[in-house]
Design a protein. Structure first.
Ligand code: NAP
Length: 253
């Protein structure tokens, strides 16, 4: 069990998959949760389920590729729960999967808008509030793709490399001012994203048997764990959930 009672956590991409699981884990550990995504109905439903189970949760519609939306989501945390202690930059996309020579420049750019600018916008919007308090944790959801190359994933690999760079840069700027900025590379996770990857058939990840993917709930637990003192060891770097020692420390095995 991790004690996150009273902490206010904003989770982007909380309408399904890893973000939804993280929201449920945060609520279980006593945090007040704000779920953000474009699918309003889904985040409203999940927030209501969390409240029905005795947790504190609210939903805010947010497209992370819009800085205006992100600042509004952060303000919503302040108005609803009195502040923000934790930001999980989880929203991300991989479609359309395509080799560079047949990729659509506009679609390629949209992935960068979400996976890179969305992470920067989140950091930009919460850091002033966290600096005022002298405390706060930002978890950027990364991927093995941040440091690896895969056919058909040039947009995704580039975007995750940039997100890791944002983790490093933000830690350099704010790590000695009470802020903890960490990355989490979850390995392959049983979510819609892996369904889309499988359907693409383009590289070795698409050939994986779905049974090898870890459940999204494990990643939700690991994100909460990174928001405790345990996260200090991963300031400015990606923590890998493929690491057996990390899984043990989180309490997953
Ligand atoms: P998923 O099931 O496809 O969920 C993606 C989430 O991101 C959804 O909630 C979606 O909500 C949200 N999203 C997409 N575009 C958005 C936007 N513009 N603004 C706000 N929210 C947006 O995928 P997942 O596997 O949970 O992925 C979550 C994160 O984990 C991503 O950053 C992904 O790159 C990373 N990751 C996943 C795996 C894996 O194997 N699944 C591995 C490594 C890293 P709406 O569509 O409602 O907006």
């Amino acid at each position: 069990m991790f004690d996150l009672s009273g902490q206010v956590a904003l989770i982007t991409g909380a309408s399904r998959g890893i973000g939804e699981a993280a929201a449920r884990s945060f609520a279980k550990y006593g945090a007040k949760v704000v779920l953000a995504a474009r699918s309003s109905g889904d985040i409203e439903r999940i927030a209501a389920e969390i409240r029905d189970n005795g947790g504190a949760a609210a939903a805010v519609t947010c497209d992370v590729s819009s800085y205006e939306d992100v600042t509004k989501a952060v303000q919503f945390c302040v108005d609803t729960f009195g502040g923000i202690d934790i930001l999980v930059n989880n929203a991300g996309v991989i479609e359309p999967i395509s080799r560079i020579d047949s990729s659509d420049p506009e679609e390629w750019s949209k992935v960068i808008d979400i996976n890179v600018k969305g992470v920067y916008y989140g950091i930009r919007a919460v850091v002033p509030l966290m600096l005022e308090k002298g405390a706060g944790t930002i978890v950027n959801i990364s991927s093995g793709a941040a440091v690896g190359a895969l056919e058909g994933w040039s947009h995704y690999c580039s975007s995750k490399a940039a997100a890791l760079s944002l983790t490093r840069c933000a830690d350099k700027e704010f790590g000695d001012m009470g802020l903890r900025i960490v990355g989490l590379s979850p390995g392959t996770v049983a979510t819609q994203m892996q369904v889309d990857i499988k359907a693409s058939g383009i590289n070795p990840v698409s050939q994986l048997d779905p049974s090898v993917h870890i459940p999204a709930e494990w990643v939700g637990e690991a994100i909460c764990w990174l928001c405790t003192d345990a996260g200090d060891a991963y300031r400015g770097v990606d923590c890998s959930l493929r690491d057996e020692d990390v899984r043990k420390a989180v309490g997953l095995v």
